[in-house]
Design a protein around this ligand. Sequence first.
Ligand SMILES: *Cc1c(COP(=O)(O)O)cnc(C)c1O
Length: 448
Amino acid sequence: MNHDRSRALYDRALSVMPGGVNSAVRAAIEPYPFFVEKGEAGHVVDADGNRYVDWVMGLGPLLLGHDLPDEVGAAIQRRASEGPMYGTPTEVEVELAEFVARHVPSVEKIRFVNSGTEATVSAVRLARGHTGRNKIVVMQGGYHGAQESTLVEGDAAQPRPSSAGIPQSFAEHTLPVPFNDEAAIREVFEAHGDEIACVLVEPILANYGIVHPEEGYHEFLREITEEYGSLLVFDEVITGFRVGGLGCAQSEFGVTPDLTTFGKIVGGGFPVGAIGGRAEIIEGFAPAGDVFQAGTFSGHPVTMAAGLETLQYAAENDVYDHVDGLGERLRAGLTDIVADRAPEYTVAGTASMFKLIFTREGPGRDALEEQCSAGCRQEPTCPRYDFCPKNAGDVKAAETDRWRRIFWGQMEDQGIFLSQNQFESQFVSYGHTEADVEETLEAYKEAL
Ligand SMILES: *Cc1c(COP(=O)(O)O)cnc(C)c1O
């Protein structure tokens, strides 16, 4: 595969942008990322004319793929042709807010912002304002955007900033615990219960290999937050309108958080974020309440139109059947392939998300008949149960270097575009076909 133009573009980019990119993770591909010229359905074409099956899908926002259905594309064009934005409300914001409130269990009211990061920043501020408390609990390996309160690593006893530029005194308000570990949360609440404003959690760890919650884990989070008067905040920036269809992951798990953050799909491929929840809490945002929150571009009419039309299209067509069906087919196919070639590896994901985690140990080939058939569900009866990743530490212990340095390139050589590292999820879109799935499974077979 020829990458001359991408290399030349990256060379130019290095002169004018830090690391040659506008988002840190994009430089994870070594020695340089390919530059995309355009998308077509489930594919992207790079600057040198190479075509790939695209399972990155913008890192999550593109539920419909790269070709928008006519009515969705037309609605976006129409909005854009009427002047980009106005600094005063539009009807389409109300319509998208009504749509989300109608479908997502936790949402009575919602505020739109411009990114998932902005959504979690505002949700944390709102939780602190609502409770009058400073501390937040997050999951190790959970991702909530590039923001001060959540770029924190270590554990609850010794939290520290995970980035330069964040004061240790900020990090001290953030208590990271391992995902799927009830005892760790209980301990943190016993020590700091009356100082904890919220628990902020992705319903499925989706930025760290894809880790499914154990049965009862979210019910436990719901109960302990209620017991201590803290808020439960689901960060559904990835899982929202992806897992559990229009009801989001909270409807799938049957647990209703106090607040939910959204991003990615809800903007139909344009910059977006949102904070939804119980009316009484959301009313804490200014001007209704005293938690300040504002944004020049918030509720941008083009974004709102793209989000609304995308979700309406999904409500009226077989979008979720299609993407979830192909997701199932991919995970089931991968399960068969690794049983044969790399029985220690774990297939993860649900609905239209999938990932193969290069775990180092498994139960041995003979035991695999009874395993989860299409992605790890933390099923205690599964022979893999003692080996499958349950938290970020387990994923980190996998062969992450082999994934990034060897495997990613082997897939790229075969025209399959996977996410940049072992940790980020991969996504099926409405633009993908059975043929894309078969081609991809063949490539995995070759590479593993
Ligand atoms: C992507 C993501 C964010 C950050 O959203 P941006 O739009 O990139 O700022 C926050 N939380 C989760 C769970 C995400 O996946």
